[in-house]
Design a protein around this ligand. Sequence first.
Ligand code: BTN
Length: 251
Amino acid sequence: MNVIAAISKRVACSDIQVFDEHPSTNEQAAFLAGKMADDAFARPLVVIADRQTAGRGRSGRSWHSPAGNVYLSVALRPNVAPSALPPLALVAGLVVARVVDQRLATARARIKWPNDVLVDGKKIAGVLVEGQIRGSHVRAVVIGVGVNVVSESFPPEIADRATSLAVLGARCDRDEILADLVAGLVEAVTEYERTGLAALLDEIDRRDAVRGTRVAISGVTGIAEGVAPDGRLRVRSDDGTVHLVASGDVI
Ligand code: BTN
């Protein structure tokens, strides 16, 4: 079965575009979402590439995108306020962690707040959430997911921090991973629209890669104490003050 059929069997989409090569699937999904009329964009838009030439990471970084891995963007129209968009990175991270775990012999994918998925302390996947805001409402959100599937080596600057399903010895079918991701993302975002993070907090806790460790983030140093119900990271500094951090990179 090809990937369009595998996804269509699980989720009804407004469009599914598959490229051998594209600068960035997030860029393409945002472009499509932006030009589509509301009634044509009633269902998810899906963009997939075999490789990207300008893959985008968080905070303006690039995403190493050689052929054969997962480069997926799903554009959705969730009924949430703009302020409710940032936790979607965590929601998507959970979905990715579940899909990765299904390919491993033991469940061990962890989430490093806000958007990294790690196995054995190394990054196997990243999530980039980009919103399109119109006035005071969310017109669309693009959830971009990169998963290292077949890569067996990485550029020197990330080699000691990156891993892949192939490196972990998992043989898997990329089209099935893509279908699982699209179905999981659509379901999880629908659940998030209804109940926020509440139903996911236990699992976020279980998968939290930094809870209980010393971290530095956005000018705050202290012990990470998990994720608050609104998605912010709790950090207790040495004087006992609990800080709620909304964005930044955990070091
Ligand atoms: C990060 O960890 O910095 C986020 C990486 C997100 C990469 C994915 S790959 C598919 C989609 N298209 C992009 O250009 N970026 C995201």
